[in-house]
Design a protein around this ligand. Structure first.
Ligand code: GSH
Length: 219
């Protein structure tokens, strides 16, 4: 493709942002990274995503694409010459999209582990672990969710590895014991530079979570 401008509006601990970072790295697309301050959103974020005012936003030659799974599909279609994320077979493709959508539930149950307080932590923990176990079943004995290749569902989920430590600390469990195949999958994914260079450092994320809890008086 001729000269093009690719800008990513992002926030470093965001699992949604990590999807886009990994997708761009997988395709070898160079981009300008713009870190957002979500407590004081930039005029460009408000202009580029007036509907939700959320990161990530990919700005391709001046035009915004919003919603992380949408952005990853866009990247897959625009930069076709490298790897492909979604299978060509319609059934396989829509299965991948279905499970990528399910990942939202996993992210949301993980968020409740560290953002909510009160007596329901055992239920939250169970919901979170059950949701990951469901995905563990989908992974089965495959190398990646995409089979032999790292694909769309792998990209949709991988950012969660930056948050495992935080979830473990607040939920008091071991991810390795609960979902060992997911941990083995994370290790395989981390061997890819596109992943290891794009995901956030778990201890830094934990520190961030502690600050947010303090800010909202969750202690
Ligand atoms: N469904 C959206 C979720 C994105 C999202 O929740 N972004 C958060 C950061 S992780 C955000 O920008 N929050 C700012 C806000 O809610 O005001 C996606 O997949 O892109």
């Amino acid at each position: 493709m001729a000269h093009e401008e690719v800008i990513l509006l992002d926030f470093w601990p965001s699992m949604y942002g990590m999807r886009v970072r990994v997708a761009l790295a997988e395709k070898g697309v160079k981009f300008e990274y713009n870190e957002e301050n979500l407590a004081g959103k930039s005029p460009i974020l408000l202009e580029m995503n007036p509907t939700f005012k959320k990161i990530p936003v990919l700005i391709h030659n001046g035009k915004p694409i919003c919603e992380s799974l949408n952005v990853v599909q866009y990247i897959d279609e625009v930069w076709k010459d490298k790897v492909t994320f979604l299978p060509c077979d319609p059934y396989e493709k829509y299965q991948a999209l279905f499970w990528a959508d399910y990942v939202e539930k996993v992210f949301e149950s993980g968020r409740k582990l560290w953002m909510e307080k009160g007596g329901e932590q055992q239920t939250r923990k169970k919901n979170y672990i059950d949701s990951l176990r469901m995905l563990e079943g989908i992974l089965g004995h495959k190398l990646y969710f995409g089979g032999e290749n790292f694909g769309f569902l792998d990209i949709a989920l991988i950012g969660i590895c930056s948050w495992f430590y935080t979830y473990e600390k607040f939920g008091e469990f071991s991810t390795l014991i609960e979902v060992p195949k997911i941990i083995a999958w994370v290790k395989r994914c981390m061997q890819k530079e596109s992943v290891s260079k794009s995901v956030a450092e778990p201890l830094k994320v934990y520190d961030f979570a502690l600050q947010i809890r303090k800010h909202y008086g969750i202690e």
